[in-house]
Design a protein around this ligand. Sequence first.
Ligand code: NAP
Length: 302
Amino acid sequence: METPSGTQSARPSARRVHRIGFVGLGIMGGPMARNLREAGLELSVYTRTREKAERFAAEHGARAAATPAEAAQGADAFITMVPDAPQVEEVLFGDAGAAAALPEGALVVDMSTISPTSSRAIGERLAPGDFVEAPVSGSKPKAEDGTLTIFGAGERAAFERALPLFEVVGERIVHVGPLGHGQMAKLLTNTMGAVNAAVLAEAVRTAKATGLDEDAFLEVAAGSAGASGMLNLKGRPMFEERFEPALFKLEHMLKDIRHTLDEARALGIELRLPSLAESLYARAAESGHAEEDFAAVYRALD
Ligand code: NAP
C-alpha cells in the first residue's frame, strides 16, 4: 500500500473479506475479477450480458448471478466496474438492485470512473462508512497483472476494510481523501492523458504527411522533449492506424473529459486544452470510433 505520506507495506493475499459480489466483466472488470478469484475469494458475478457471466463462472469457478441482488446475497463486499454513474446506480438501486440485498455492514466498492458529484450522491444513499470509491489507472495490462493504481476515497476505516481487495488488484494504492476526491484525481489524470494523446495524434499525422520514417521518428521522439508514456503506448498504433482491440474505449475517455470539464466549470474554472480535446474525441466518436481504443482520436483529424 502507498499512503499520501508514501509508506509502503507488503502485499498480503485477500483476507477478512471472503465473499465478493462483482459486477461488470469488461476490459477491466474481467481480469480484476479473475485475480480476486485466483487469490482465493468466493465470487458471485453479474454483468449485463448473461452469457459473459456464465462463461466467466465456468472458467474461473465463480457463481453466475442472474441479477445484481443475487450477486449481493451473502457478500462481505460488493464491487462495481461498469461504465458510468447511471450503470452504478442501476446495479445498486434499480430493480433487483444490490443495495437492498446486501447483508448489513457489507462494503460497497465502486471502481468505475464516474463524476465526484455522482459518487458522493451514491455514498449518501448507502449506510455511512459502507461505501468506498476506488477508480483505477493502468488499463488492461495492469488489470491483468494486478498492478493497477487505485485512487481510493471515503472514510479511512472503510478504505482500510477494502485494502485486502485492493492489494490483490493494485500496486500503488492511495487514500486520496473524502468521497469525490479519488474520482476527481482520476479524472484529472485521465484528462491530462487525453490531451497528451490528442497532441500526439496531431504530431503523428504531421510526421506521416511529411513522409518521416516511422521507426526513426518514434526512436528520436522517445528521447526528446516530446517523450511520454503516451508516446510509448500509442505512437506506433497511431502511425499504423490500429485502434482495435480497445484497451480503453474512446467513449470512456470522452466521458472522463466531460466529467472533468463539468466539475471544473462548477468551480468556476474553464479548461481550455481539455475543451479542445473534448471536441476531437467527440468528433471521432460521432464518426463511428466510440468503441475503438482512445488512440482513435487520430480519426478526428481525417
Ligand atoms: P467495458 O469494457 O465497456 O466494460 C463495462 C462492463 O460493464 C461490461 O462488462 C458491461 O457488460 C458492464 N455493464 C454495462 N452496463 C451494465 C449494467 N447496467 N449492469 C451491469 N453491467 C453493466 O469498460 P472498461 O474498460 O472495463 O471500463 C470500466 C470502467 O473503468 C469505466 O468507468 C472506465 O472509465 C474505467 N476505466 C477503464 C480503463 C481501461 O483502460 N479500460 C482504465 C481505468 C478505468 P457487458 O459487456 O456484458 O455488456
